[in-house]
Unconditional design. Structure first.
Length: 204
């Protein structure tokens, strides 16, 4: 590892998991002019919510394919039929990045694939179950207020933060997968979080 590589590694790892979650939210459309403290509150709330979720069994069909690097994806979930697609080329690159940056203690061998699967499984859980409404209530954002009536609003990116926190917890990772996605973005020379960190799932 060169001195430049060591400096880049230190810079990425110096931002904690909540810091990466705040960056994800700040980069999400509709949040461009949000108060940074509000974004940090949402990031902490979504992270705590995801970390506290009970383990979710993946009932979707699991397929593995190549071509994730071309789209900046580790994995994606599609609903018709329920399928989790894991991209082996991106997962392999992520494992190499972990070794190159000396992060193996945080991301044990095989944990990238496990975390990607857990991440997509909990997205399906949040999309189809009551947990989604519970997350909205926890965030405390209101789309409508009429007297005492409060309609919980959607916070774009919050489910993504919760899914990363869930994957970190159930897979026993030392750091959130968000750090790894940032490292993958640096590896690709984009400086941006991969599209999977912005919400790459599609509904067919």
């Amino acid at each position: 590892m060169t001195l430049q590589d060591a400096h880049a590694t230190a810079d990425l790892a110096a931002t904690d998991d909540i810091g990466w979650a705040v960056r994800l939210l700040a980069a999400t459309p509709t949040h461009e002019h949000r108060d940074p403290e509000l974004l940090r509150h949402w990031a902490r709330t979504a992270d705590a919510f995801g970390a506290a979720l009970a383990p979710v069994a993946c009932s979707a069909r699991i397929v593995e394919s190549d071509g994730g690097l071309a789209h900046g994806l580790l994995a994606r979930y599609t609903s018709r039929p329920p399928t989790v697609e894991l991209f082996t080329d991106t997962i392999a690159l992520a494992e190499r990045v972990v070794d190159a940056r000396g992060w193996r203690a945080w991301y044990p061998a095989g944990s990238v694939r496990a975390a990607a699967l857990a991440h997509e499984a909990v997205h399906a859980h949040l999309h189809h179950g009551p947990a989604r409404a519970a997350l909205k209530r926890a965030l405390g954002h209101h789309a409508l207020r009429l007297g005492r009536l409060r309609v919980p609003g959607h916070v774009a990116g919050a489910e993504e933060v919760a899914a990363h926190a869930y994957a970190r917890t159930v897979c026993g990772l030392g750091r959130s997968p968000l750090l790894l996605t940032a490292a993958l973005a640096t590896e690709a020379g984009t400086g941006n979080l991969p599209s999977s960190a912005r919400d790459a799932r599609r509904e067919n």
